[in-house]
Write a protein that binds this ligand. Sequence first.
Ligand code: PLP
Length: 231
Amino acid sequence: MNSDIRKNLLDIENKIALTTEEAGRRLGDVKLLAVSKTYPVETIKEAYLAGQRLFGENKVQELEVKAPVLPEDIEWHLIGHLQSNKVAKAVEYAKYIHSVDSSKLIKKIDRIAEEKSKRPKIFIEVNISGEESKYGTESSQIMDLVKVALECKNLELVGLMTMAPFNADNAELSSVFAGLKKLRDSLEAKFNINMPELSMGMSSDFEIAIKEGATIVRIGTSIFGKRNYNI
Ligand SMILES: *Cc1c(COP(=O)(O)O)cnc(C)c1O
């Protein structure tokens, strides 16, 4: 057992709890998603033995290898860009898909979920900052996507997700996260729906995200250490 992982998980859980209280929010309002991409199943097992149950992968190719050999009570979240030809595997293994950014993708997820008798929970990924290189739908397109998702019977739209721009300072991070919450609030009002989840915040900025309303933070490096993309 790598005691670092257990300790890191405890550290992060404590920071989440502290920040949640400081923000005047209820303990338990913020879930920790352990982002295990590039890490082998042995490492994920260590986090599992330390009590962690929510894990995130950004590639379907990794998810489909890891999920079948790990305990069934792990809740898998797909957080990376989803290609159309990978939807079947994604729906097979992921209970949550955070990276939904087109109506075509929503319809395909719905169709495949019906075939497989699944009901994935989806987030619409929004490019709040307007940065060019990022995935995610533009804020201006979001109404159309919500409409399409609400017509689908085999998936559940649970919230919005965003990635903050790289190298943003704290003020910009706050404004991006606050922007996602504001957009969510306005969509809830407009469509008279409940979209409780805001997936935002990573190792370097999750405390800011929690202050701005995150309900699920996606943390990799602070739990597992620096990733080595060469392996
Ligand atoms: C890798 C990744 C994370 C985690 O990033 P860390 O900085 O390692 O905490 C969060 N969200 C997405 C979409 C990712 O791909």
